[in-house]
Design a protein around this ligand. Structure first.
Ligand code: HXC
Length: 257
């Protein structure tokens, strides 16, 4: 697959998708968002069991929506502009495979919103994050007002969004935004190791787990439990369940297809 602003490579079922506009700190313009959506549509046809998302260069993951691009948008296109990003990030969020955000530098505005659309975040110790939209007279538009509070709770989401300040990675760990903060040189190795573990799990079970967590999040508890029952039944009827349980009983590693 060839893109102007995304690089993709894969090995042993682990894909690495790199946002690749380092001169603009990998900022997201319409073309990048459209490429992300195309990439997500192509994922089921790729031989990939786990995806790592990162940014090119050592300075930025993604520094947000392309501000120069935003400056050229007429007011009438504001809603469509936000929806364009939301749809691309939704496509990423709904991928059937697990997605790790390897945040290797600035994750600001749309960059943080991108990371929040992945299943979880690992940050390098020199990464910085924030939602600086209020410094531009804007609000987050690619899902940030919704996903940040779901991830870290409303108080911290209020704090990050209203200050618009840029925060060091240690706060991501403290606030539960990132699952780990590691030395910059170790970031990709740590993520690849985690990806290898994920790639060895049942892809059916991971997909159903992702759906149960994401779709259940917005439901009342009893409805969420009902959803869990439905998805549990699907897992129970799967070939992977036969293999996983047989492997346990036979004291061997499962070989999921
Ligand atoms: C376009 C960007 C950019 C962005 C950086 N660049 N961020 N271009 N959009 N979001 C460009 C700069 O213009 C510059 O290009 C080059 O990348 C390097 O950036 P510098 O500013 O020179 O680097 P530095 O001084 O180290 O500062 C890094 C930075 C700063 C703190 C990350 O670039 C910054 O504050 N960027 C904007 C971050 C931001 O506000 N993001 C939120 C965007 S709004 P040149 O050509 O000058 O060298 C958003 C809304 C989403 O995301 C919702 C929309 C609907």
């Amino acid at each position: 697959m060839q893109f102007n602003n995304l690089a993709f490579e894969s090995e042993n079922g682990i894909g690495v998708l790199t946002f690749n506009r380092p001169k603009a700190l990998n900022a997201l313009n319409s073309e990048v968002l459209s490429e992300l959506k195309q990439f997500c549509e192509a994922v089921p046809s790729l031989d990939v069991r786990c995806l790592i998302v990162t940014g090119a260069g050592d300075k930025a993951f993604v520094a947000g929506a392309d501000i120069k691009g935003l400056s050229e948008k007429p007011i009438a296109e504001a809603g469509a502009t936000a929806e364009e990003g939301q749809l691309a990030f939704r496509a990423l969020e709904e991928l059937p495979i697990p997605v790790i955000a390897a945040v290797n530098g600035f994750a600001l505005g749309g960059g943080l919103e991108l990371a929040l659309s992945c299943d979880y975040i690992v940050m390098s110790s020199n990464a910085k994050f924030g939602l600086p939209e209020v410094t531009l007279g804007l609000i987050p538009g690619f899902g940030g007002t919704q996903r940040l509070s779901r991830c870290v709770g409303q108080g911290i989401a209020n704090f990050v969004t209203l200050t618009g300040d840029i925060y060091p990675a240690k706060y991501a760990l403290q606030w539960g935004l990132a699952v780990d903060v590691v030395e910059p040189e170790a970031l990709m190795d740590v993520c690849r190791k985690q990806a290898a573990t994920l790639a060895s799990r049942s892809s059916t079970a991971m997909h159903l787990s992702k759906r149960a967590i994401r779709e259940g999040y917005d439901l009342p508890l009893r409805e969420g439990e009902a959803l869990e029952v439905k998805l549990f039944e699907e897992a129970f009827a799967s070939e992977d369940k036969v293999e996983g349980i047989a492997a346990f009983i036979e004291k061997r590693k499962p070989d999921f297809k």
